[in-house]
Design a protein around this ligand. Structure first.
Ligand SMILES: *Cc1c(COP(=O)(O)O)cnc(C)c1O
Length: 392
C-alpha cells in the first residue's frame, strides 16, 4: 500500500522497528541531476559536505555521481575514502584538525586543506615537511557577512571562531606562499547554513571580487575559489519544493562572481543535497492529555533528530496511519515530543495534526541532513536504523 509519504510502502514497517530513517533515493538522484544541470558548462566543482549525512549508502550514491567530498574530521576522511570519493576531490575543513588527521590527509594527497588559522598553516607545513610532501591548501577567510540565519549556524561573522580575518589575510597569504611544503591553491569561504535569501551569497561574491582584484594587482593568482555551502531548503512545504532552488543559487554566482581565467569555483553543499530525501519514521507511544494540552509522545526523540531542540528548527510532521485510513480530516493540536528526559525534547509545539492514536505511524519530514549524522546514544537509546527506497 502506498502512503501520503511519496514512495513509502507500509510493509517497510513490518521489517524495521521504529524509529528509523527512511531515505527516498529517487529524490537524492533528482537532486544530484539538478545540480549537474546547473553547473554544466561552468568551471564549477561541487563537493558534498559529509557531516550533513555520513550514512555509507548515501555516501556511495553521491560518490558514484562524481561529486567531491568536504570533510571535517579524520574519520570522515576515512569514510569518504571507503565510499569511493577520490582523494584529490576532497577538501578538509575545521578549526581544530589534530596531527593524525592532518597526516592522514597529507598521506592520501587530498585536494585541499581549508586552513582556518596561522598556527594550523604552520603545523601543516611542518608535518608535510616531515613526510617529504607538499600539502594543498586554501585559506579560509572570515568575510564578516551575516547570513541572518540561526546564531548557531552562522559562521561568517567576525565574532565567531571560523576562518582568518580579512585584516590579517594578506600577511597570511604571503606566509603561505613562502612556506616550502605548502601549495596555496586559493581562498575558501563558508558563511552559514540554511540560507534561503540570495543576498548574503551576492555579498560574498562582491567581497571575493574585491579580494581578487587586490591580489591580481599584486601578481597573485588563485587557481580556485571555494565559496562553501549553506544553501537552504523549504522545510515548510517539502512536497511542493522537493528540490532546493539551485537555479537561483548557482545563478547568483554566475551573475555576480568575476571568475578569472584558469580559475575553478568550488562549492561545498550539505543540507541542500540530502535534507529532502530523508524522513524520520516513528510511532505514537502515548497520547497524553494535561489540563490545557495534548501531547503526542513518540518513540523517536532528540537523540534521533536534534535539530528542533538545538536550533528551534521546523520540520513538517505527518500522521501516515490517519492519512492511509482516510481519517485525516478532523484535526487536533498537539505538542509532539520524544521520550528523552529533557524538556527540550520537543519536535513541535501546538502542531495541527489529524486526530492521532497510540501506534500511529508518524513521519518527520526533511530530516535527511543533520538528522542521522547528529544522532546520539543519550539515555542509552539505540541509534536509529535506516531504510533506502529505490523506485526508478
Ligand atoms: C557544514 C559545512 C558545509 C555544508 O553546509 P550546508 O549548510 O550543509 O550546505 C560546507 N562547508 C563547510 C566548511 C562546512 O563546515
Amino acid at each position: 500500500m502506498t502512503t501520503a509519504l511519496h514512495g513509502f510502502e507500509m510493509n517497510i514497517v513490518e521489517q524495521t522497528s521504529t524509529p528509523f530513517y527512511y531515505y527516498n533515493m529517487d529524490i537524492l538522484h533528482d537532486t544530484l541531476r539538478e545540480i549537474d544541470r546547473h553547473i554544466s558548462g561552468h568551471p564549477f566543482v561541487v563537493h558534498y559536505a559529509v557531516k550533513a549525512n555520513g550514512n555509507p549508502h548515501i555516501l556511495k550514491e553521491i560518490s558514484q555521481h562524481g561529486l567531491g567530498a568536504d570533510l571535517v574530521s579524520g574519520h570522515e576522511v576515512e569514510a569518504a575514502l571507503a565510499a569511493g570519493f577520490q582523494a584529490e576531490k576532497m577538501t578538509f575543513s575545521g578549526v581544530g584538525k589534530t596531527d593524525w588527521e592532518i597526516k592522514l590527509g597529507i598521506q592520501h594527497g587530498i585536494g585541499c586543506f581549508n586552513v582556518e588559522s596561522v598556527p594550523e598553516l604552520e603545523v601543516i607545513n611542518q608535518l608535510a615537511g616531515e613526510m617529504d610532501k607538499t600539502a594543498n591548501i586554501a585559506l579560509r577567510v572570515n568575510p564578516d557577512i551575516d547570513a541572518h540565519t540561526h546564531k548557531y549556524i552562522t559562521t561568517g561573522t567576525a565574532d565567531n571562531k571560523f576562518g582568518i580575518g580579512i585584516e590579517v589575510l594578506e600577511q597570511t597569504v604571503k606566509q603561505a606562499l613562502s612556506l616550502p611544503n605548502i601549495h596555496l591553491r586559493g581562498l575558501h569561504f563558508h558563511i552559514g547554513s540554511q540560507i534561503t535569501s540570495m543576498t548574503p551569497f551576492a555579498m560574498l561574491c562582491d567581497t571575493i571580487n574585491d579580494l581578487l582584484d587586490h591580489y591580481e594587482g599584486q601578481g597573485i593568482h588563485f587557481e580556485m575559489i571555494n565559496v562553501g555551502g549553506g544553501l537552504g531548503i523549504d522545510y515548510s512545504e517539502p512536497d511542493k519544493h522537493p528540490l532546493p532552488d539551485f537555479e537561483s543559487y548557482f545563478g547568483t554566482f554566475k551573475a555576480n562572481l568575476k571568475i578569472r581565467d584558469n580559475q575553478q569555483i568550488h562549492f561545498e553543499l550539505g543540507r541542500s543535497i540530502v535534507a529532502s530525501c530523508g524522513s524520520l519514521i516513528s510511532r505514537v507511544v502515548f497520547v497524553k492529555e494535561s489540563r490545557n494540552k495534548k501531547f503526542l509522545i513518540l518513540d523517536a526523540g532528540m537523540t534521533d533528530l536534534i535539530r528542533p531542540a538545538l536550533y528551534q528548527a521546523h520540520h513538517e510532521i505527518q500522521n501516515l496511519t490517519a492519512a492511509g485510513n482516510g481519517i485525516d480530516k478532523q484535526v487536533e493540536q498537539y505538542d509532539v515530543v520524544g521520550p528523552v528526559c529533557e524538556s527540550s525534547d520537543v519536535f513541535a509545539h501546538s502542531r495541527k495534526l489529524p486526530i492521532s492514536r497510540r501506534g500511529d505511524l508518524i513521519a518527520i519530514r526533511s530530516a535527511g541532513a543533520y538528522g542521522e549524522s547528529m544522532s546520539s546514544r543519550y539515555n542509552m537509546r539505540a541509534l536509529p536504523a535506516s531504510v533506502f527506497a529505490y523506485k526508478k
